[in-house]
Ligand binder design. Structure first.
Ligand code: SF4
Ligand SMILES: [Zn+2]
Ligand SMILES: [Zn+2]
Length: 331
């Protein structure tokens, strides 16, 4: 005998594509799509309170910038936003991609993004690190040893430490360029659970409180971020991307050395196997903590303005200006 018996969907007779141990259900492609759409719609209503007509006083539609990367998560996020909000004439969805300048990795993923946006008929805007005064990541990685020699603060930093800061600035630049009122990110439930756990183990609860969505605690000067897929497990997103045949890129970044993220990923996966629903539990815990913070009004207390660029920061000179000056020293 060969071949595995595929269990049927819990809601119809079709073969299932996913098993949810936390709910005991198995779902076929059609019911997986319906189930994810329902959960995303419900949470979108929590994260984004829009009037019946969201247009501005001058009649321009309310713009949502969907930050896409070419991966499965942002592909499903864009698909779902379009599916749920795409018909509203008072809302406009624009996709934005950040080009980090990483050979062999970024260009195939940008091809996927371009194909997806063309399939969905959504405008795509791009910004590269070199467009906003940094350098391509490949070049940054080449300069890192010299930067670390001259700047003690840079010692031990990984490529992702730079890239994370530059990406945030690039996303803000995209939001400004597209005049977006809200930015939508593709984080899934596993990403959220991993971040919450990593912040907890470092004692950085405030960092978790500041995670998106920013509906109730927007950071001044920045468009609030929403995370429509935050309650959807990664595996279900992957399955849906396959079912919908969305173009997405599987490759790994050559500079990825995310050992800490990987450990956290393994721990969250083990927790979930032992106790199905653990990822939901971690996110529910954060929601409760956030609720307590909002009642006491203590979040965002350490927000200041950078003395160089005027951007929001928790220090005198923001991390991105510091890193830009390190790079400029090398030229
Ligand atoms: S893995 Fe690190 S260096 Fe590569 S794109 Fe992601 S953040 Fe940037
Ligand atoms: Zn079904
Ligand atoms: Zn600055």
């Amino acid at each position: 005998m060969c071949g595995l018996q595929v269990e049927p969907c819990s809601r119809c007779e079709n073969p299932s594509v996913i098993h949810q141990p936390y709910s005991g259900q198995r779902l076929c492609g059609r019911h997986l799509r319906a189930s994810i759409r329902k959960r995303v719609s419900k949470d979108l209503r929590n994260q984004l309170s829009l009037p019946r007509d969201a247009r501005g006083p001058d009649g321009t539609p309310f713009r949502i910038l969907a930050a896409v990367s070419g991966g499965k998560d942002s592909a499903v996020m864009l698909f779902m936003l379009d599916d749920i909000l795409g018909k509203r004439r008072d809302i406009e969805i624009v996709a934005g991609v950040v080009d980090e300048g990483i050979d062999g990795y970024r260009s195939p993923s940008i091809d996927c993004v371009t194909e997806l946006c063309s399939n969905l008929d959504i405008e795509l805007v791009r910004v590269g690190y070199e467009d906003i005064g940094y350098q391509r990541m490949d070049e940054v990685v080449r300069l890192m040893p010299e930067i670390a020699d001259k700047n003690p603060e840079a010692k031990g930093m990984m490529p992702c430490s730079f890239c994370g800061v530059f990406r945030r600035q690039s996303l803000n630049a995209l939001a400004e360029k597209t005049n977006a009122k809200v930015m939508s990110l593709g984080h899934n439930l596993d990403d959220m659970a991993q971040s919450i756990l990593m912040n907890l183990q470092k004692g950085e609860v405030e960092r978790s409180v500041r995670l998106a969505p920013h509906t109730n605690n927007p950071i001044e000067g920045l468009p609030p971020r929403i995370v429509p897929l935050r309650w959807i497990p990664e595996q279900e997103i992957h399955a849906l991307a396959m079912v919908l045949e969305l173009p997405f890129f599987h490759g790994e970044c050559p500079h990825a050395l995310g050992a800490q993220r990987q450990t956290s990923r393994n721990i969250v996966a083990a927790l979930e196997t032992n106790t199905p629903g653990a990822r939901h539990g971690l996110l529910h815990s954060l929601e409760s903590i956030r609720e307590i913070y909002s009642r006491h009004g203590t979040a965002n207390q350490d927000v200041k303005l950078c003395t160089t660029c005027g951007g929001v920061t928790s220090r005198d000179i923001c991390q991105s200006c510091t890193m830009r000056s390190w790079l400029n020293e090398q030229i």
